[in-house]
Design a protein around this ligand. Structure first.
Ligand code: ADE
Ligand code: ZN
Length: 365
């Protein structure tokens, strides 16, 4: 859907991905394979039926738009996919498949989100999830040259206390100043259904992470109920009034000067996922909005969110969309990647290597 052919320039561009849910990279074929491996019966008779189920659903927000009987919401489809992930090997295979694909798309560095609660609430051991991702983090660096620092997300539609408990359980796999921390995740995020779940509810979780020397980011979904209030909290109130370090999506800031000016003044970057919005927004509304935010000085980078549930449009397809529809020049596309390097939480030597590659691109060709 709306998939554009990837130009040689976009394909070759070194990339950095900062907004990607690892569970949203589960392909129908890996899901099919894991279902068989774990002896799970999927509610699809054939692989073709399973594949067809990925043509998800524009009714992303049933609270706002009503339910379509028999059709799952986006997040229901996403969490249903998680069912097949049971063992450390499953989480490892999921992560390696994405990180291998990163190498193919010239993604040098990525900060994947993971939803630990989506698995522990099904009875999966936290160690299976965390050790699977940790092993993939190390192997992908050695085998593919792809670096990653991961982000633990609180599920915002679950009770806050459950999120805090999940954080405490996962803490030995953190980086920051956690003594003996294994270095898997360097930040916390806030994901899942934002309906009547504003960021400030999770202030205690952000404080725990900050006290451990971790970074903080949070989703402010596009078109969500109370979207401007959520953005106001994320920019001005969370983290003891310092605001979030980044905001995931956050496109609605364009509507209010106070918000976009707040992003500029506080140097809070947006991790945008253009295809996620393009699924339900007209081209001539969406891309001028992105351009206007950029022109006002809001820092932004381009990402894919949940590519297998979003018509198989990955980071290269998302970059192609802004290249085509925002009519950005090659130099402006390189700047979007530079923004991602500025916004990321990689080691300095990893950042320097990517900046150097970007400096060497001939944007005049
Ligand atoms: N978790 C996974 N995908 C998500 C999305 N697109 N929005 C909010 N939370 C998510
Ligand atoms: Zn997201």
């Amino acid at each position: 859907m709306n998939g554009l052919a990837i130009s040689p320039f976009i394909a070759a561009l070194p990339k950095v991905e900062l907004h990607l849910h690892i569970e949203g990279t589960l392909t129908p074929s890996l899901r099919w394979e894991l279902a068989h491996r774990n002896k799970i019966t999927l509610p699809y008779a054939t692989f073709e039926d399973l594949k067809a189920s990925y043509a998800v659903t524009l009714n992303h927000r049933p609270e706002l738009n009503g339910r379509q009987p028999g059709i799952p919401t986006f997040l229901e489809a996403y969490f249903a996919g998680c069912e097949v992930l049971r063992t450390e090997e499953d989480f490892y295979d999921l992560a390696m498949a994405y990180l291998r694909r990163c190498a193919e798309m010239n993604v040098r560095y990525t900060e994947p989100f993971f939803d630990i609660q989506a698995h522990t609430r099904r009875g999966v051991a936290a160690t299976a999830v965390l050790d699977g991702y940790l092993r993939a983090q190390g192997d992908a660096k050695c085998q593919f040259g792809v670096r990653s620092r991961w982000i633990l997300c609180f599920l915002r539609d679950e009770p806050v206390a459950k999120g805090l408990a999940a954080y405490v359980e996962a803490r030995p796999w953190a980086a920051g100043t956690v003594e003996g921390g294994k270095g898997l995740f360097h930040a916390v995020g806030l994901a899942s259904n934002a309906y009547e779940r504003p960021p400030m509810l999770f202030e205690e979780g952000f404080a725990l992470a900050k006290a451990d020397g971790l970074h903080v980011t949070m989703h402010c979904d596009f078109g969500q109920k109370d979207t401007h209030e959520h953005m106001h909290e994320a920019i001005f109130q969370v983290c003891d009034g310092h605001g979030s370090e980044r905001i995931d999506h956050g496109l609605d800031a364009e509507d209010k000067e106070e918000l976009w000016q707040g992003l500029v003044d506080r140097k809070i970057g947006l991790t945008l996922c253009p295809h996620a919005y393009h699924r339900r927004t007209a081209t001539d509304v969406l891309f001028p909005k992105i351009r206007r935010l950029r022109d006002r000085g809001v820092k932004m980078c381009i990402n894919s969110d949940d590519p297998t549930l979003m018509h198989d449009v990955w980071i290269d397809g998302n970059m192609q969309k802004v290249y085509t529809y925002c009519e950005f020049s090659k130099a402006e596309m390189v700047q979007l990647v530079r923004n991602a390097v500025d916004m990321c939480w990689a080691e300095e030597d990893v950042k320097s290597a990517i900046y150097k590659e970007l400096d060497e691109i001939n944007v005049l060709e």
